[in-house]
Design a protein around this ligand. Sequence first.
Ligand code: PGA
Length: 247
Amino acid sequence: MRKKIVAGNWKMNLSPGEATALFMALNELPKYDAEMIVFPPLVYVQELNRVRTSAVHLGVQNFYPIESGAFTGEVSIAQVKNVGASYALVGHSERRSVFGESGEMLRAKVNACLFHEMTPIVCCGEPLVIREANEEFSFVKDQLEECLFHLSGEQLTKTIIAYEPVWAIGTGKTASSEQAEAMHKEIRSWIAEKYGTEIANSISILYGGSCNASNAEELFNCENVDGGLIGGASLDVGAFEAILKSI
Ligand code: PGA
C-alpha cells in the first residue's frame, strides 16, 4: 500500500535544546493523513526517542554499512536501530556530492538497511546541467538501477524513493508540479516494467527540494507524488504542520 509520508531532514542544524523543543512540538500536533518521520542530527536520536510521546518516527541521515569494527567515526545501522531509528536516508545529493558516496556504497547501505529491517529512503535527482541537457530521465534511471533495482520485488516494497532534483535543494527553486509528476510517473513506470504494476503501485515516491507551506499542496495533488522530504521548512513547526495538512 502506498503510504503518504512527510519527512523532515534537519541536516546539521539545531542545538540539543532546539532539537528537543521542535520534536516535542511535532509530537503534540494533531494526527494528519501522512506518516511523519524526522531525521535529526544523529547525536540527538537517542534522546528524542526517549522523549517521544506520539507516532513521530525517527530516522538517521547517515550510517556506515558494515556490521562493526575498526571504522573510526562511523556508526552501524544496528547501532542506530538500537537507539530508536527505524528509517535511514540513502543517496541524498549532499552525501553523493560532498562525501563522494558511490553507487556501490549506496547499494551496500540499502542492503544493510533491509538486512536489519530498517526502511531506506533512497534519494535520486539530477543536477541542473543534466536537466538543461534534457537528460534527467536517463540520469535518474541510472541512479536507481545502481542502488535500488538490484533488489527483489519483495525487498523493493520495503523501500521508499525520494525524487530531489539537485537544483531545487535549498535553493528556493521548486520543481513545478508538472516536472515533479513527470519524473514520479517515469519512476513508477520503470518499477512496473521490472517488477510489475502491483509492486509499482505500492511504493511511496516523495518529492524533495524547496518544498514548503505554499507549494506543498500543489505538489502533493499530483497523482504520483506520495508526500515530501523537507529540508529547510522542517525546522519550523508551523511550516511543517502546514505541509502535513497539505497531504
Ligand atoms: P530543502 O531540502 O527542502 O531545504 O530544499 C530538501 C532535502 O535536502 O532533503
